[in-house]
Design a protein around this ligand. Structure first.
Ligand SMILES: NC(=O)c1ccc[n+]([C@@H]2O[C@H](COP(=O)([O-])OP(=O)(O)OC[C@H]3O[C@@H](n4cnc5c(N)ncnc54)[C@H](O)[C@@H]3O)[C@@H](O)[C@H]2O)c1
Length: 259
């Protein structure tokens, strides 16, 4: 015991795989208690079972973050199972990529319901408890899509821009309650979501090679590299970091164009 997250009781959404699962592992290793949420019930159960070997307090419940009522019930259950929540990581998100004029209302709603409203549903359910306890941390997993645009990915970047806006707004609104609200903006990370993105091209291997070539270091991030930053942002090592965003993209965002 004595890890960097000792005493933290953290709810993580979208935790069955990818960045969410890597954060769950890293948090448990730093002695946090974690409660995992994902809409993929079978994968969540499988991942939670694997995580149990690390030890520590772990709970999980399948749920869809777009269902505000379920999230309220779920937060009550998390408080019971792992202790009063004092941290939330809004990680669940989906790629919704289309041409602007081909974006149906259904695609638009799916994108904003999950990537923005889902995160708000969780904030709304957790914030009263944080206020009551006199403090806490919310970390929103945004993206470099929160600042820049990749053509043909509409309307996903709009939702990530808005998630960053929500981070700033809630960070200011609740600073006096000792609640820190920040965002983490990964660039490309090697998860299923990115593999699915490459598979959407006629030549997935060429698309993957193109992505790697874009990066100054010739590679993309691992989920574990994002999780390391999340540990820092949730911990008490950055008590005055609030209403801001940490970018982790290997330097891609400052590259004007390749030489
Ligand atoms: N992978 C990347 O390159 C990358 C880059 C920048 C930002 N991000 C962001 O990081 C987060 C995690 O991405 P990832 O690559 O690990 O994704 P992933 O697809 O590997 O995992 C996301 C998980 O979220 C769950 N989920 C999706 N919608 C949900 C809902 N409505 N309710 C509950 N669970 C839901 C999925 O079932 C899945 O298990 C997302 O917000 C994503 O936008 C990812």
């Amino acid at each position: 015991m004595g890890g960097r997250l000792q005493g933290k009781h953290i709810l993580i959404t979208g935790a069955a795989q990818g960045i969410g699962l890597a954060m769950a592992k890293a948090f448990l290793r730093e002695d946090a208690a974690v409660f995992l949420v994902d809409r993929d019930a079978a994968l969540l159960a499988k991942s939670a079972k694997e995580l149990q070997s690390i030890g520590g307090r772990l709970g999980y419940l399948p749920a869809d973050i777009t269902d505000a009522g379920t999230i309220t019930t779920l937060v009550a259950q998390a408080n019971e199972e792992i202790g009063q929540l004092n941290a939330l990581v809004n990680n669940a998100g989906v790629n919704v990529f289309a041409e602007p004029l081909e974006t149906t209302d259904e695609l638009w709603n799916r994108c904003f319901d999950i990537n923005l409203k889902g995160a708000w549903n969780c904030c709304k359910a957790v914030l009263p408890g944080l206020i009551e306890q006199g403090g806490g941390v919310i970390l929103n997993i945004a993206s470099t899509h929160a600042f820049t645009i990749i053509p043909h990915t509409f309307p996903y970047p709009l939702a990530k821009h808005a998630l960053l806006g929500m981070t700033k707004s809630l960070g200011l609104e609740y600073a006096a309650h000792n609640i820190r609200v920040n965002a983490l903006a990964p660039g490309y990370v090697s998860t299923q979501k990115v593999i699915d993105y490459w598979n959407g091209f006629a030549d997935p291997e060429a698309a993957k090679a193109e992505t790697m070539k874009l990066h100054p270091g010739g590679r993309i991030a691992t989920p574990e590299e994002i999780a390391m930053a999340a540990v820092f942002m949730i911990s008490d090592e950055c008590p005055f970091m609030n209403a801001t965003c940490l970018t982790i993209d290997g330097g891609l965002g400052v590259l004007q164009h390749p030489a």
